[in-house]
Design a binder for this molecule. Structure first.
Ligand SMILES: [Zn+2]
Ligand SMILES: [Zn+2]
Length: 338
C-alpha cells in the first residue's frame, strides 16, 4: 500500500498547507470558513473485469456502479477484491443497472415469482435477497441508497453526498425508470453527487453520437451545482469537464444553463481521439494508473462554489486499446468539521 499522500508523481499544483482558508473571505465580521483539501479516487463500471485499481492513497474512494456484469455472487466477490485493493479509509459505492440484485424490491419480486427449481438456481448464482449487499457491507464498502448522506472524514473534512443508482431503461436490468416518465433527483446541499448515469449533454455521448444522459438529472445538477458530479454507465464517454454555469436561474436546458466558453475539458476520450495534445496527456497518465486533477485554491482551475461543477465520467471498462480506462484522482476543498 502506498502511504498517505505519497504520489509516484506529484499532482501538478503548487504546494499548499492541508488546512487553509477560503480566499473569498476578505475580512468580513464572520469567521472564515476552514476547508480541508480532500482527495477522491473515482471509478465506475468495472463490471467484474480483471482490472486492478491503483495503489494511490485517497481520502475517499467512490464507485459509481456496474460493479458486476451479471450480478452473480462470484462477480461481487471479484468487485470486493478490487475495492479491497484500493487504499482509502472510506469506500462508497452505488449499484448500477447491471447490479440488479442490489435493487432489493426488484430482485425480491423476481425471486418470489420464480419456480422452486429457479429459486434454487438463483440462490446459488445470485444469492438470497440482500446477500450481495451484505457481502459488500461486510467488506467495509458502504453501499449508498438513493438520497443524501453525510460523512465525517478521517482528514477532518465533512462530506455530503447525494447518491442515485437510477438510470433510464436499457434492457432488463435494475434501478431503471422509463425515460419518458423521468425520475426525480432530489439533490440539496451535496458537495458530491454520485449517480450511475450521466446528465443529458455532459460526457454522455455514445459511439453512435447519441446523448444518452437523463434530462431530469441535468436539470437537478444545474439547479444544485455540486462541486463534483461523478458517474459512469456510458463507457465510451470517459472524461472530465469543469462545467461553468450561466449566471441566470433558468436551468431548463443545456444551452441556457452551461456557459460553454468558460467550461474546461480536463480530458475526454472523445477529445483525445481528436486532439494529439489530449492524447499525449492521456498516455502520460497511463503508467500511473490514474488521471489526476486538482481544483483547490491556488490551482489553475479552482472550483468556484455554485458557479462550477466538475463532471466526471469514470467508466473503467473500455474496448480496443482502451480496454481499461483510467480512474480519476481528484483534489477539492471541503468544509472542515467543527
Ligand atoms: Zn457499465
Ligand atoms: Zn450501466
Amino acid at each position: 500500500m502506498a502511504s498517505p499522500r505519497q504520489l509516484s508523481k506529484p499532482i501538478n499544483k503548487p504546494a499548499l498547507p492541508a488546512l487553509h482558508h477560503l480566499s473569498s473571505w476578505q475580512g468580513s465580521s464572520s469567521l472564515p470558513s476552514a476547508v480541508m483539501e480532500t482527495r477522491f479516487l473515482i471509478l465506475s463500471d468495472t463490471h467484474a473485469t480483471a482490472y486492478t485499481a491503483p495503489q494511490q492513497y485517497a481520502d475517499v474512494a467512490l464507485h459509481c456502479g456496474d460493479l458486476t456484469e451479471k450480478s452473480t455472487l462470484d462477480e461481487f466477490r471479484s468487485a470486493i477484491q478490487l475495492l479491497e485493493g484500493v487504499s482509502a479509509p472510506i469506500k462508497l459505492a452505488i449499484g448500477g443497472n447491471h447490479d440488479f440484485t442490489l435493487d432489493t424490491p426488484l430482485y425480491k419480486q423476481r425471486f418470489d415469482q420464480a419456480s422452486p427449481a429457479q429459486q434454487k438456481y438463483f440462490k446459488k448464482e445470485y444469492g438470497d435477497v440482500g446477500e450481495a449487499r451484505r457481502l459488500l457491507e461486510t467488506a467495509g464498502i458502504t453501499l449508498l441508497d438513493e438520497g443524501t448522506h453525510h460523512f465525517r472524514l478521517q482528514n477532518g473534512a465533512s462530506l455530503s453526498v447525494y447518491a442515485s443508482p437510477h438510470t433510464p431503461i436499457f434492457g432488463y436490468w435494475g434501478f431503471q425508470y422509463p425515460r419518458e416518465q423521468g425520475h426525480e433527483f432530489d439533490i440539496t446541499g451535496a458537495d458530491v453527487v454520485m449517480t450511475h448515469g450521466p446528465p443529458r449533454g455532459i460526457l454522455d455521448e455514445t459511439y453512435r453520437g447519441n446523448e444518452a444522459g437523463c434530462t431530469n438529472l441535468f436539470g437537478a445538477i444545474a439547479q444544485a451545482r455540486p462541486k463534483i458530479h461523478c458517474f459512469g454507465h456510458i463507457h465510451e464517454a470517459w472524461g472530465a469537464k469543469l462545467v461553468a454555469w450561466q449566471d441566470t436561474n433558468v436551468e431548463s436546458s443545456y444551452s441556457t444553463s452551461v456557459d460553454e466558453k468558460k467550461s474546461v475539458i480536463i480530458n475526454s476520450l472523445k477529445g483525445s481521439q481528436g486532439s494529439e495534445e489530449l492524447m499525449d496527456e492521456l498516455k502520460a497518465h497511463q503508467h500511473e494508473g490514474y488521471y489526476a486533477t486538482s481544483h483547490c485554491t491556488g490551482d489553475p482551475n479552482p472550483i468556484q462554489q455554485g458557479k462550477q461543477t466538475l463532471a466526471i465520467n469514470a467508466s473503467i471498462k473500455g474496448r480496443g486499446r482502451h480496454r481499461f480506462q483510467l480512474p480519476w484522482l481528484v483534489d477539492i476543498e471541503l468544509p472542515k468539521t467543527d
